[in-house]
Design a protein around this ligand. Structure first.
Ligand code: SF4
Length: 329
C-alpha cells in the first residue's frame, strides 16, 4: 500500500439485525454491503446517491460510530479492529465530522468558546494552546472578529454561521480526515457554495482528506477529485470528477445527472431519462444487479441473475454494469 494512502476500506459491510412479523423472523438491513476503496492524503471524494443508498451509514462506520459487520477499515496502516480504547482515542483525533443539521449538532447551552474547547479538554490540550487554537479555528472559518462570537450561543448564529462553527470544531484537533455528511443541504442556496468553498480551502491548506456525502451531483463539480456513486449499499461507479461528469457510464449515474435541474429555459422541453420506481429495500435487495428492476437496459437472464463486477473502462474509471463487459482498457 502506498504511504500516500490515508484510508483503505476492504469489503466493508454494515448490516443491521431486525425482527419481522409475529414470529420475530430475523432479517438484516444491508445498509453497506461490500465497499472497498483507497483515499489518499489531501484528496476529496464525493460519495453520491439517493437517500437510503447507505452513504451516511458508510460515513458513520468509517468514523467508528458504527461497528462494521465485516470487512476492514485501515487508517495509516492500522486496522481499526485491532485498536484498543487508547488507539480509538487516537483515531478520533485524526477524524472530524461535519453533520447535515448544524443546529442539531451544536449543544444549545454552550457558548461558541466552550463548544470549541470541549474536544480539547477531553484530549488534554493545554489551556494556553486551547485559546490559540480557538482563535485560529474561528479565523479560518471566517467567524471574525473572533471576540464577537466567543460568548454567543448557537441560536444567536445564522445557519451558515452555525455550520462554520461545526467546521471549526471538526478541525480544532488538526484531523487528517473529515467526513462531511450533506453539509449544505439544510442551508440557504446563497451560502451553500461559500461553505463548500471554505471546506475546499481548508482541505488544500491542511492537506486534509475529505469524504463529502451528498445526494446532489451538481455540487461535486466544485468540490472533489473523485466521485463514487452508491446504490443500495454498493459503490456502482468510481471515477475522477471531471471524467465521470463528462462521461457517466452507469445508467443510475446518468439518471442522477439527468435529475439535476437545468436553469437554461431553452432546455425546458428536453425529455429526461429518469428511471421508474424507487430505490430497493435493503432487507431483500434485488438479485444480480441491484438496479435491474429500474434499468431500461437490463438483460433478462443476466442482469437479474449475476452481480456485475467492476469493469475499468478508462484508467481509474470503474463501473459495475454488464453493458461494459467487453470495453475494459
Ligand atoms: Fe442495467 Fe444490467 Fe447495467 Fe444493471 S448491469 S445497470 S441492470 S444494464
Amino acid at each position: 500500500m502506498s504511504s500516500n494512502v490515508l484510508l483503505t476500506l476492504v469489503d466493508l459491510r454494515k448490516w443491521y439485525r431486525i425482527k419481522k412479523g409475529i414470529f420475530g423472523t430475523v432479517e438484516y438491513v444491508r445498509a453497506v454491503d461490500g465497499v472497498s476503496f483507497n483515499l489518499r492524503r489531501g484528496e476529496a471524494i464525493s460519495l453520491v446517491g439517493e437517500s437510503g443508498s447507505g452513504k451516511t451509514t458508510l460515513g458513520k462506520t468509517i468514523l467508528g460510530l458504527e461497528k462494521p459487520t465485516s470487512g476492514k477499515i485501515i487508517f495509516e496502516g492500522r486496522d481499526l479492529a485491532s485498536l484498543d480504547s487508547k488507539g480509538m482515542t487516537w483515531y478520533r483525533r485524526q477524524t472530524g465530522f461535519v453533520q447535515q443539521d448544524p443546529f442539531g449538532a451544536l449543544p444549545p447551552f454552550m457558548t461558541v468558546a466552550r463548544i470549541l474547547e470541549e474536544p480539547m479538554i477531553i484530549n488534554k490540550v493545554e489551556k494556553k494552546e486551547r485559546r490559540e487554537r480557538i482563535y485560529r479555528a474561528l479565523t479560518e472559518v471566517r467567524l471574525t472578529p473572533v471576540e464577537d462570537y466567543l460568548k454567543k450561543y448557537p441560536h444567536m448564529l445564522s445557519g451558515g454561521q452555525q455550520q462554520r462553527l461545526v467546521i471549526a470544531r471538526a478541525i480544532i484537533l488538526n484531523p487528517k480526515l473529515i467526513i462531511a455528511d450533506e453539509p449544505v443541504s439544510m442551508l440557504d442556496a446563497s451560502v451553500r457554495i461559500e461553505i463548500l468553498t471554505l471546506l475546499r480551502e481548508l482541505q488544500k491548506r491542511h492537506n486534509l482528506s475529505i469524504i463529502y456525502i451528498t445526494h446532489d451531483l451538481s455540487t461535486t463539480r466544485y468540490f472533489s477529485e473523485w466521485i463514487f456513486v452508491m446504490y443500495a449499499g454498493k459503490i456502482i461507479e468510481k471515477g475522477l470528477t471531471s471524467e465521470l461528469l463528462k462521461n457517466p457510464l452507469h445508467p443510475y449515474t446518468r439518471a442522477l445527472l439527468q435529475a439535476i435541474p437545468d436553469p437554461d429555459a431553452k432546455n425546458r422541453f428536453v425529455i429526461r431519462e429518469i428511471p421508474p420506481g424507487e430505490p430497493p429495500s435493503l432487507v431483500n435487495p434485488p438479485s444480480g444487479c441491484r438496479f435491474h428492476p429500474r434499468c431500461v437496459f437490463a438483460k433478462k437472464g443476466l442482469c437479474d441473475k449475476k452481480e456485475p463486477p467492476e469493469f475499468e473502462v478508462e484508467k481509474g474509471h470503474l463501473v459495475s454494469c454488464w453493458l461494459y463487459e467487453n470495453t475494459e482498457k
